[in-house]
Ligand binder design. Structure first.
Ligand code: APR
Length: 335
């Protein structure tokens, strides 16, 4: 159990996080901050005054706290529109940003298109972490994932072991679920890893996929695996398309909690995590998803796994895509 975990952004993912952090008793105090609902300066002043008194973070925290007696949790919940609530956090989970939403014409913006707006939000988040909890372990979920993590690194300059992007755990869970469904076995039997960036170029690593220790190809034909891997790459968009609002929120929260628990319990668990590469896999100075040992010190060791030529090529292409976005970030950060 940590002393204090902060959740930045109390939207859909933030709400599940706070609820689960309290239910699992992962910290004595869980603090959530979110500036919403935002005041519209064009509204009449009386309406603005009403909105200013509201708080998504406080509303959600109170709702969860009122359920606490029913789950026997004495975790203290704190909530505010302001970042001060993050004072002294040992760990923060960042969900602040704008999710993928349908445009008026029914099409969806790519994760990269959300970059400009989310970069500004990330700048505020970085300032808040520096001011209120500069030593916190940081798990970031906000999209575009790889670029936001890179931005946090540029703005904060924290040790690379303390900054983890959540993408690979989620993408791997999706791959595992689809494989389990196809093979007709328990999800618990399926081990799988998805590496690379958190976008269409991600690399489901078939050569590492095992069902109860046996190669996945013993259970599923290659063309079906191709289809599963394609579905994995597009899985986020599939949920977005079905929901009609926002994006997936339960599985991303559970994925971040898997990482948080590996750190809190010093599990030394191997997870696919978006982390700073400095030569590993032939990539330098970029945050890309690779397997790493996660323990109390955060990212304790990056594992360089043997990949097939096709997988290596896929990872290189994915790193190129991440690099393209990061160059855009560099440009935006200079302006
Ligand atoms: N600081 C803190 N929170 C902020 C800020 C800010 N500067 N700006 C916006 N937020 C809040 C919003 O008010 C909103 O409540 O971040 C929250 C994001 O929540 P949702 O819109 O419900 O999005 P969610 O589904 O939780 O996804 C969060 O994770 O998977 C990614 O693409 C997704 O980037 C998005 C993030």
């Amino acid at each position: 159990m940590l002393d204090k975990i902060g959740v930045i952004g109390g939207g859909f993912i933030g709400g599940v996080l706070v609820q689960e952090l309290a239910r699992r008793r992962l910290a004595r105090v869980v603090a959530v901050t979110d500036p919403a609902p935002f005041v519209n300066p064009n509204d009449p002043s009386e309406k603005q005054a009403v909105v200013r008194k509201q708080s998504v973070a406080q509303g959600k925290a109170l709702d969860i706290a009122e359920g606490a007696p029913l789950i026997g949790s004495d975790v203290v919940l704190q909530a505010s529109r302001d970042y001060d609530i993050l004072d002294g956090c040992d760990m923060v989970i960042n969900t602040a940003g704008v999710p993928r939403k349908a445009r008026a014409d029914g099409t969806f913006p790519s994760r990269e298109e959300l970059l400009a707006i989310n970069l500004k939000v990330t700048g505020e988040v970085a300032d808040a972490i520096r001011k209120h909890c500069p030593r916190a372990m940081i798990i970031s979920i906000a999209n575009p994932l790889d670029a936001i993590v890179y931005t946090l690194y540029k703005r904060l300059g924290v040790p690379k072991s303390r900054l983890l992007g959540m993408a690979g755990v989620l993408d791997s869970a999706r791959y595992r679920y689809f494989v389990a469904q196809e093979a007709g076995v328990s999800v618990e039997n399926v081990e799988a890893m998805v590496l690379g960036g958190h976008g269409d170029t991600m690399v489901p690593v078939r050569s590492c996929c095992r069902i109860a220790g046996m190669p996945v190809e013993s259970f599923i034909a290659p063309d079906r695996l191709d289809a599963i891997e394609d579905r994995t790459r597009k899985a986020g968009g599939e949920v977005v398309g079905l929901l009609g609002f926002g994006s997936a929120f339960v599985s991303p929260a559970l994925s971040a909690l898997e990482m948080a628990e590996a750190i809190i319990y010093d599990k030394k668990k191997i997870l696919a995590v978006c982390c700073l590469l400095q030569g590993e896999y032939g990539v330098r100075d970029l945050f890309v998803g690779v397997p790493a040992i996660i323990g109390k010190n955060g990212i304790e060791r990056i594992i360089e796994v043997d990949l097939t030529a096709q997988e290596k090529n896929g990872l290189a292409l994915s790193a190129d895509a991440v690099q393209k976005t990061c160059r855009e970030v560099d440009k935006l950060l200079r302006t």
